[in-house]
Design a binder for this molecule. Sequence first.
Ligand SMILES: C[S@@+](CC[C@H](N)C(=O)[O-])C[C@H]1O[C@@H](n2cnc3c(N)ncnc32)[C@H](O)[C@@H]1O
Length: 385
Amino acid sequence: MTAVAALDTGLDWSADRIIGDAGRLLGDHRPADALRLLTDAPASTHDLPLLHHLTGRAQAGLNNPLAALTAFRKAAERGGASADLFNDMGNSLAWLGKLGPAADAYRLAIRLQPNAAPLYLNLGNALSAAGDLAGAARAFAECATQCPSDPVARHMLAALTGGPPPDRAADGYVAANFDNFAASFDATLVGKLGYEGPALIRAAMDRQLGRPEGQLYVLDAGCGTGLCAPLLRPFAAQLDGVDLSAEMLVHAQARQAYDRLDRVELGAHLAAHPAHWDAIVAADVFSYFGNLAEPFRAAKLALRPGGALFATVESDEQAAAGFVLRPSGRYAHTEAFVAACARDAGLYLVHYEIRTLRHERGLPVPAMVFILAAEAPGHAEEHHQ
Ligand SMILES: C[S@@+](CC[C@H](N)C(=O)[O-])C[C@H]1O[C@@H](n2cnc3c(N)ncnc32)[C@H](O)[C@@H]1O
């Protein structure tokens, strides 16, 4: 190539390179590096809608939904309207709690790409969070029509239409739901919903285990982004975490608090590790299980002698079958059902209390915090002596 040809094409090449590299960095979960690259881009690229679209994605990756939204708007103003862009706008708006505008953004995305089933999921989630359960059910039904095997649509239709609930949320539902939620999980749960799960679990562990001495094998089952890790670490010689969502695990890994993280289904993992952990923690995880018989049996198997399971469930004493799948897509349980499943599994309900787990649309969500010991209380004491 001659020097003149290189000069002629230099500008395009630079824009393509920046956009390509930024896309790769975002794919590698390096939003800060992507943002630096995009911010340093030469002025000649500043009118490219894709540059602003990627800037918005980098900001979202850095937990800045407002800055993300601003960048997405700039992309739209520069002619970058696409289903992807409106979907990203919808996600930022939903993250900011602007559920009506989020639903509008998803509708715009659907208008541009009416056959994209995931857009109906996002619309359904926004409508359901806004309390428009009938609208949400229609959106999930449309998704299920387009993609009958979609696990999220199937789960949410069961939740919203009151059909017979599955024994637990399908792996595909859990993974897709939390992959989607991972970036905004901490800000939403802790910042907006007043999530108390980790603190409630820690209080239960203090009660059962006494002063932490860093000597236990601990499993954070359904560890999510690792919010519990700093509170579990003082008890642990070895702290393991498992989760079905790869994106949640990326955040857990970034905390550098776990000795080991695995992307697996927790029931299967427990069943495959007999007598392995002293403490198993499931903070706001059995909200994705209806029937607790199987995970409790697996936990009993996986606990070492003297060990215990520390967990929460949303509580609903009216649930006739012992558990109910709520319109939120989460299950709630009765105390009697938790106790019966524990008994059948050979676990001992040594403590439970009803506490507020978090808030939902301003209202407290009551939950049962409980401790299931592997051995009868007297026996466990003997064991510890
Ligand atoms: C509401 S989050 C709670 C996360 C964490 N325990 C906390 O307190 O922040 C529920 C987590 O459980 C995970 N989960 C649900 N069902 C699971 C299963 N069967 N196996 C593994 N992980 C599961 C989800 O992927 C999600 O990360």
